[in-house]
Ligand binder design. Structure first.
Ligand code: CA
Length: 231
């Protein structure tokens, strides 16, 4: 990776040991790393540097990560945000995803796995930059460059992972796509049978896209396997 291609990562975290460990590991992997120890400082830094990815601690001294996440999202609707959470409860993770986080890792996490996920994000971002695609699902016009979905006068934002999931499902329209495949191709992680990440994103996408998210007509469940898109 040359200097100009370095991806910028912003860490918003108040535990010095975690910051130090992440900075070392990420710099070793060739990322440019900035860090902030409070939510307010993190939001300001993000405005200054427009990072390619944000790692956001859920428990910060001045504010909680959910509110920081919402503020980051308002400034930048598409930057990938990965939450670092000490809480193992599913409800907290779902709430994180609802306020605009793209993914989460639970402390203590494996730095190698975190880096694998980030590399997967950046690979897909590079590919995406070369494409300028639009496609339609359920009457919504999806714009891959603008990260939007539009129907009539109604326009909604799509986060990085939401768009990636739609694109992958759409590449294989009308074919069942396994959870493991989605997880590996998009998040770059080996399948873990307990991983609810994919299902959480499907819930979010259905809420945005389906007329009635409880009886979906476009993003269908293939029981015991994964999902299938009917555009
Ligand atoms: Ca903390």
């Amino acid at each position: 990776m040359t200097q100009t291609e370095k991806k910028q990562v912003l860490i918003i975290e108040d535990e010095p040991d975690i910051i130090r460990g992440l900075v070392d590991a990420l710099e070793f992997e060739g990322f440019a790393v900035a860090s902030a120890c409070t939510g307010a400082e993190g939001i300001e830094r993000a405005r200054e540097i427009s990072p390619d990815c944000v790692l956001l601690d859920l428990m910060l001294p001045d504010d909680n990560g959910y509110r920081v996440c919402e503020a980051l999202r308002q400034d930048d609707p598409v930057v990938p945000i990965i939450m670092l959470t000490a809480k193992a409860q599913e409800a907290d993770k779902v709430r994180g995803l609802e306020v605009g986080a793209d993914d989460y890792v639970t402390k203590p996490f494996s730095v190698a796995e975190l880096i694998a996920r980030m590399n997967a994000i950046f690979r897909r971002q590079n590919r995406m930059a070369a494409q300028d695609e639009t496609f339609s699902i359920g009457g919504w016009e999806i714009n891959g460059r603008k990260h939007t979905m539009t129907k009539g006068r109604n326009t909604k934002r799509l986060t990085f992972y939401e768009l990636e999931m739609l694109k992958l499902l759409r590449e294989r329209s009308e074919e069942p796509v396994s959870r493991d495949d989605l997880l590996e191709k998009i998040w770059g992680v080996q399948a873990n049978p307990n991983n609810r990440t994919v299902d959480n994103f499907i819930v979010k996408l259905r809420r945005k896209l389906e007329e009635d998210h409880k009886s979906p007509k476009h993003i269908l469940t293939v029981y015991g396997f994964g999902y299938k898109l009917l555009p």
